[in-house]
Design a protein around this ligand. Sequence first.
Ligand code: UDP
Ligand code: MG
Length: 318
Amino acid sequence: MAAVLYIVVPCYNEQEVLPITAPMFLQKIKDLAAAGKISDESRVLFVNDGSRDRTWEIISALAEEDEHYIGISQSRNRGHQNAVLAGLMEAKDRCDITISIDCDGQDDINAMDKMVDEYLGGCEVVYGVRESRDTDTFFKRATAQGFYKFLSAMGAEVVYNHADYRLISSRVLQEFANFKEVNLFLRGMIPLVGFKSTCVGYSRAERIAGESHYPLKKMLALAVDGITSLSVKPLHMITGFGVLVAFASFIGVIWAIVTALMGKTVAGWASTTCIVCFVSGVQLICLGIIGEYIGKIYMETKQRPRYIISERTWEKKK
Ligand code: UDP
Ligand code: MG
């Protein structure tokens, strides 16, 4: 029997773009089913991430219109990563494969054909990788590429130029369900599950309508989450740096004693101030980095639910 595919689409305030892209996802399912690659039981699963606009109404209307559209709604906005996770976990017991994709039409829907082919060829995870960023603004391109370089320098291994457009089999998702952390960085966590994987290239287009929800501030937050959830390299770097500073201080102390013994002590106000400023600055940065990890431990110990689904289109309210 052909595989059942669920296309998982997180949506946050997407009333402008959803009516345009939803039929494109549906058409893709119909085409793939007609080609005999997937089952007609396949679905487009929208995850409403606590939108404040008409997104959920649109999703509910789509679900009425065609059985291939289904939707779940999170009880409030929890962010893109949690929305994707909610969709994947909801889908994992109902299908054979999932493909997560943004709802703004930026990711080339036609790359799904190649992804499904790779799955049929034996891969359990297929990463969508951007081949060109010609349509991104210079700023977005530079910051996004800096993001991947910074992540790998800090010891967080991610697939270069891969965002969250990927195919995952339900077999991998069953294993992934055992990763209980609340600090989510899916693109770094999925490779940890293992299984046979490959990459499929696509070119990234501009948003069809609406606005980006990933300004620089959120991207920096995602980078910090990625690093702290995947790697303890910053802590090692602090230790290494601490050893260097301690060594320099040791030499400084010897120098101070020797000059004092030689009777050459002069009022060294400037040098003292510089050293105090430098060392206290370094200490504060180090404390901050350690604090980031403690904050993450704090969040993990609470074990709060990572998503709460308040509504499903197939469970009608009484
Ligand atoms: N998104 C979400 N919750 C949020 C922010 C974004 O579910 O809090 C969804 C959004 O609807 C879109 C995807 O995540 O489908 C990517 O967001 P966006 O296109 O704004 O980011 P960009 O492509 O500019 O990085
Ligand atoms: Mg986008």
